[in-house]
Design a protein around this ligand. Structure first.
Ligand SMILES: Cc1cc2nc3c(=O)[nH]c(=O)nc-3n(C[C@H](O)[C@H](O)[C@H](O)COP(=O)(O)OP(=O)(O)OC[C@H]3O[C@@H](n4cnc5c(N)ncnc54)[C@H](O)[C@@H]3O)c2cc1C
Length: 484
């Protein structure tokens, strides 16, 4: 296999594959995927893609995004996201992708929490991500290398020349442009909804080179997750369920969310997650999602994945109440980029999708804005790549590198997950964050393999960012010392 390319893309989710779709076929491009191509968050996305259905709604989409982001979004980036959404979706449809339509052939828009209009496009009912992933894989015109983990970036004098990978053995790939599209940080937490490949290694590598990560305290916890059962990835119960009438109740059927926010089930995610956490702690009660307002036949067609997955777990929907808990879901923070996906301090390096922090999500992501971000900003990234592609000679790097895994790393990995869930999760306190930081610092001094080190570096960054933000904002909820 050759070792030099025009562009290397790390990741085969929406951000990576849409970057590949938009690059001309004449270029030499290689896509790298840690596992099977579909083992990514994109594949598991249920609800849909947000886009204003009319010109007039664009300003409202901007407003809803800024509101959900709790004053912490970058307004210029939000304008880009919402203004370019219609064009990118039109071109996605023109490329052949089919969103769900009504009998007359009109696109079906649904609503999700904190959206003030129906503006969520979906596909295959609740299988939007699977549909998008399948479509992008079918369109992929470049080689893709599976089971290939990027373990380092090849950086010298602030220029990126490629990546070091592990695929049966260690070797280097060189490229004129390198795009990180490696997703978020889910596996750092004990309970999460993410694909098993999403473990923040690229964030850790960036930290090693002093590349800035932004908003790392801003971690989103999805309020309605079925966390029982042994699977590592927990079953998500899409926001669209609440948008279309599902209720959150306690064991006595009380809709307690209204005690926390007048919008009840349609409050932003952080408010619903924090309310469920608080109410269940204070009242020692199990919390449920009640979907009994749906007709069974409609439910089966509209939410087929949830219907069949829950059936396999012994739940008869829509009749049965589903026990729920919040779980880690999405990272608003990430590798800081500009509006064209560029990582400011390193020449030829880009980040896009959940791995990046463009600032569009602020302190709390508005539902269904992340698939959209993957589409909009990968298109901008491609434009910049094509404008600036030159032939700087490659600097060569040693092919060896640190030991990736050592005995005992798995025990540390599980301890880290528990620390992150308990001390850097939905409700934080300075005391618990300090405890977490001390233990992570201790772990960083141990003789471990490189992969756990990368997880530890990213975790430390999340904890440190959380410690710096003394007052709650959006998804970052910190309680005072007295309340611990
Ligand atoms: C259950 C679930 C439901 C969701 N529903 C929605 C929704 O309805 N609407 C919405 O907008 N968003 C939704 N989201 C969020 C959204 O799916 C993600 O933010 C988005 O898909 C991220 O796309 P991505 O391309 O950035 O990353 P991903 O799709 O996660 O892809 C990351 C890729 O990087 C690869 N990778 C990672 N590390 C390495 C490495 N070191 N070396 C090589 N490859 C690597 C992985 O293998 C993977 O291929 C949901 C998320 C989940 C988990």
């Amino acid at each position: 296999m050759k070792s030099e390319y025009d562009v290397i893309i790390v990741g085969s989710g929406i951000a990576g594959l849409h970057t590949a779709l938009k690059l001309p076929k004449e270029l030499d491009v290689l896509v790298l995927s840690k596992d099977y191509a579909w083992e990514c968050n994109t594949f598991y996305a249920q609800g849909g893609v947000a886009v204003a259905p009319t010109k007039e709604d664009i300003a409202v989409h901007v407003k809803d995004t800024l509101l959900a982001g709790d004053g912490h979004c970058d307004p210029q980036m939000v304008e880009i996201l919402c203004n370019e959404a219609q064009d990118v979706i039109k071109s996605f449809i023109a490329d052949g992708f089919e969103f769900d339509k009504d009998a007359q052939g009109n696109l079906l828009f649904t609503r999700e929490a904190a959206h003030s209009t129906d503006r969520i496009l979906h596909a295959g009912g609740d299988a939007t991500g699977r549909g998008i992933h399948h479509f992008l894989m079918e369109k992929l015109k470049f080689p893709i290398l599976y089971n290939t983990q990027v373990t380092d970036l090849l950086i010298k004098d602030n220029v990126c020349y490629g990546v070091k990978v592990f695929h049966k053995k260690k070797f280097n790939f060189y490229a004129k442009k390198i795009v990180i599209a490696s997703g978020g940080v889910g596996s750092l937490y004990e309970f999460h909804t993410n694909a098993r490949t999403i473990s923040a290694d690229m964030h850790g590598i960036c930290l090693k080179y002093g590349i800035e990560l932004k908003d790392m305290e801003m971690m989103q916890f999805h309020p309605t997750v079925f966390v029982k059962g042994n699977a590592v990835r927990k079953q998500l119960l899409s926001e669209a369920l609440r948008g279309e009438g599902a209720k959150i109740v306690d064991a006595d059927g009380k809709r307690f969310l209204f005690d926390y926010d007048s919008r009840g089930e349609l409050s932003p995610r952080n408010i619903v997650s924090q309310a469920i956490f608080d109410y269940s702690q204070k009242n020692k009660k199990e919390i449920y999602l009640d979907v009994s307002s749906f007709e069974e036949e409609h439910f089966k067609v509209r939410f087929p994945s949830i219907y069949f997955n829950m059936k396999n777990l012994g739940y008869n929907l829509p009749k049965d109440l589903i026990p729920i808990s919040p779980a880690f879901h999405y990272s608003m923070g990430g590798i800081k980029t500009d509006k064209d996906g560029k990582v400011p301090s390193i020449k030829n390096l880009y980040a896009v999708g959940e791995a990046a922090c463009t600032g569009v999500h602020g302190a709390n992501r508005l539902a269904s804005n992340s698939l959209l971000e993957g589409l909009v900003f990968s298109k901008r990234t491609v434009k910049d790549i094509l404008k600036t592609l030159d032939s700087t000679p490659f600097v060569r790097f040693d092919e060896e590198g640190e030991v990736l895994v050592k005995e005992g790393d798995k025990v540390l990995k599980n301890e880290l997950r528990s620390i992150m869930w308990n001390y850097a999760g939905i409700v934080r306190s300075e005391k618990n964050l300090e405890k977490a930081l001390n233990r992570v610092e201790e772990m960083l001094k141990l003789q471990t393999g490189k992969l756990i080190k990368l997880r530890l570096l990213t975790s430390r960054e999340i904890i440190k960012s959380a410690l710096k933000r003394k007052v709650s904002l959006g998804a970052h909820y910190i309680i005072g010392e007295k309340e611990v």
